[in-house]
Design a protein around this ligand. Structure first.
Ligand SMILES: NC(=O)c1ccc[n+]([C@@H]2O[C@H](COP(=O)([O-])OP(=O)(O)OC[C@H]3O[C@@H](n4cnc5c(N)ncnc54)[C@H](OP(=O)(O)O)[C@@H]3O)[C@@H](O)[C@H]2O)c1
Length: 213
């Protein structure tokens, strides 16, 4: 199977939480990590999130000029089986390009910078990641950055479709029984990683992992 190089990037607390207990966005990254995140985004051909991240955080997923002098604005991708991306979401209302990947034809109308592509679904109703990544390869996408949330990260890990994973660990504990964690979904065998680097970054720690094939 042909696929792009896949890099997961995520920020979490010491107890593995990636958002506030209500699931809303919380500033977990330090300034140095935000700088690194924008540089990684800018060096990628595409950045990806799941629909729940769009609905909870309403991110733009662009590259800010304050962090990168000449932003390239990678293609923004939303995995959105049932085409729930609102027509006024920030990810579809500016000039950068967006690809919404759905499971069946969508009747919503987005701007001219937005493409809606139908992709094969798995038995559990999610977008089939192997078919999706193959589609990206055919479009010339070589470097894909996966930004979350928990479900998306888990699906990529579980299917071993990840090359590199960067996790910023902030010196905070968020708590909460249902607070989203780094990876969530039906668990099978543990996914083994090898640690490439662990460096102090600002007040926290940046961990770089690779997947053990
Ligand atoms: N700290 C960080 O770095 C960071 C970064 C991003 C997000 N977050 C947080 O993550 C949380 C959201 O995570 P989440 O787990 O609820 O949702 P998510 O991962 O953002 O989106 C998951 C949804 O995407 C759709 N999807 C379609 N195909 C999929 C596939 N193959 N694999 C996975 N998902 C697929 C499914 O919805 P449909 O069936 O409806 O299509 C699925 O329920 C928010 O609280 C957000 O703040 C944190």
């Amino acid at each position: 199977m042909r696929r792009p190089h896949v890099t997961i990037n995520c920020a979490m607390s010491v107890d593995g939480k990636i958002a506030s207990p209500s699931g809303k966005q919380l500033r977990i990254s330090c300034e140095e990590d935000i700088q690194r995140m924008y540089e990684l985004r800018n060096a990628s051909d595409a950045v990806l999130v799941g629909i729940n991240t769009i609905l909870s955080d309403n991110p733009k997923l662009t590259v800010k000029k304050a962090y990168v002098k000449q932003p390239q604005h990678p293609l923004r991708i939303v995995l959105d089986t049932h085409c729930k991306t609102p027509t006024d979401a920030l990810v579809v209302t500016d000039n950068a390009k967006t690809l919404i990947v759905v499971g069946s034809a969508c009747t919503k109308h987005y701007g001219s910078n937005v493409e809606v592509a139908v992709c094969k679904q798995t038995a559990n109703g999610l977008i089939d990641l192997e078919s999706f990544l193959n589609m990206l390869s055919q479009r010339g996408i070589k470097k894909l950055m996966v930004e979350g949330g928990s479900t998306v990260i888990w699906q990529f890990l579980q299917k071993h479709l990840v090359d590199d994973m960067y996790v910023y660990v902030a010196p905070m504990v968020i708590g909460g029984t249902n607070t989203p964690t780094l990876a969530q979904g039906d668990a099978r065998a543990p996914i083994e990683l090898s640690l490439v680097n662990a460096n102090k970054l600002g007040p926290g720690l940046l961990l770089h992992y690779r997947l053990i094939p």
